[in-house]
Design a protein around this ligand. Structure first.
Ligand SMILES: Cc1cc2nc3c(=O)[nH]c(=O)nc-3n(C[C@H](O)[C@H](O)[C@H](O)COP(=O)(O)O)c2cc1C
Ligand SMILES: CCCCCCC(=O)C(=O)O
Length: 367
């Protein structure tokens, strides 16, 4: 499927997406919160870590498979939850999900996907998928989302905890842009029986208003997680952890995995970069909980650095979204290119298996 798209560097993927998309949509994806310090720090801090490779170790047979929240994946990465994908391509999540399924790469469906989790499951067959919950202000709707995920073959629930409200997004304010306002990202709400019972929805404007009034929940606490733990047998992944104490609390409250993430620099500007947050969290909870990582990953060498620092696997955010500007073929090309790059980077690091990567192969430069 991806054969007709030639090689592109991460910078080119971004540039092509910029050419394809209108200004509001592109800047919504590309930008970060506030002065974008954290957005930049995610990328810059990764560059501060250098790989110190070993040689003469027979790297002729490379294995980059990895288990990701119970799924045996051919690569140590999955596609992160990204809402509103129809702002990038009319096929939105259906195109990304088909691409992920074609390579057996886990796909995470956002609560604010433009297609419903049922529609996405249908195009994915038996391929691995997870559901990401933005816990609405109404617990009955939250539970209904979880039940639908269970019934439609989603094998874990990612609860995103860094978004009690939207970050201070200056670019979007300037552009007066939020996809929900244009009727994007309604797929799951408009297919939800509990929401439809509670809301009066006769036209799109009503739907937007009704969803907007339930979308955010600033009252969430760890007790909600405990409650969810009692409601479902699916693994729970807490996404949006950068403080080691929160990582410990996630373990205490029954999480099976965490995602070390600052939401791609889109929430609290000035917060620690994801890669700088990782080592202390690894020190405190490695072995007690699976550790996923995202933020600034653009290249195979970034993947190697995060894995060496103790992440078990990686989520790709903007990188695959830029590929989506070229539809399913674009996302497939991003996946296959990155897989190849990870294989080469692993071998040139002097290792043959993902799980053999240790912190000794990376060093932080201080200048
Ligand atoms: C356009 C866009 C939409 C996003 N939507 C969601 C979402 O619906 N749920 C969520 O948990 N995270 C969301 N994220 C955050 C990603 O899951 C991920 O944490 C972040 O993109 C990682 O950083 P990176 O883009 O630098 O790889 C979104 C990110 C972007 C860029
Ligand atoms: C609670 C819903 C917020 C949706 C925003 C989507 C997202 O995570 C992002 O833009 O970042």
């Amino acid at each position: 499927m991806s054969g007709n798209i030639h090689f592109r560097s991460p910078e080119e993927w971004e540039r092509v997406a910029k050419d394809y998309l209108d200004k509001g949509a592109f800047e919504y994806i590309q930008s970060g919160a506030g002065a974008e310090e954290t957005l930049l720090a995610n990328v810059r801090s990764l560059k501060k870590w250098t790989i110190v490779p070993r040689v003469l170790r027979d790297v002729s047979a490379i294995d980059v498979t990895q288990r990701i929240v119970g799924v045996k994946a051919p690569v140590p990465f999955a596609l992160a939850p990204v809402g509103f994908q129809t702002i990038v391509h009319p096929q939105g999540e259906l195109a990304s999900a088909r691409a992920a399924a074609a390579h057996n790469v886990p796909f995470i469906v956002s609560t604010v996907s433009s297609y419903s989790l049922e529609e996405i499951a249908e195009v994915m067959g038996d391929s691995p998928r997870f559901f990401q919950l933005y816990w609405p202000s109404d617990d009955e709707i939250a539970l209904s989302f979880v039940r639908r995920a269970e019934e439609n073959g989603y094998s874990a629930i990612f609860v995103t905890v860094d978004t009690p409200m939207l970050g201070w997004r200056e670019q979007d304010k300037q552009n007066q842009y939020f996809p929900l306002r244009n009727g994007q990202g309604l797929g799951n709400y408009l297919a939800d029986p509990v929401f439809l019972q509670k809301a009066t929805v006769t036209k799109t404007e009503d739907a937007i208003k009704e969803v907007a009034s339930r979308l955010f929940n600033a009252t969430l606490t760890w007790e909600h997680l405990k409650w969810l733990r009692a409601q479902t047998k699916l693994p729970i992944v807490v996404k949006g952890i950068v403080h080691p104490e929160d990582a410990k609390l996630a373990v205490e409250y029954g999480a099976d995995a965490i995602v070390v993430s600052n939401h791609g620099g889109r929430q609290l500007d000035g917060s620690i970069s994801s890669i700088d947050a990782l080592p202390a969290i690894v020190e405190d909870v490695k072995g007690e909980v699976e550790i996923l990582f995202d933020g600034g990953i653009r290249r195979g060498t970034d993947v190697i650095k995060a894995l060496a620092l103790g992440a078990d696997s990686i989520l790709l955010g903007r990188l695959f979204v830029y590929g989506l500007a070229n539809g399913q073929a674009g996302v497939e090309k991003v996946i296959t290119q990155l897989k190849e790059e990870v294989e080469i980077a692993l071998a040139l690091t002097g290792e043959t298996k993902i799980r053999s990567l240790q912190s000794g192969v990376v060093r932080k430069v201080t200048n």
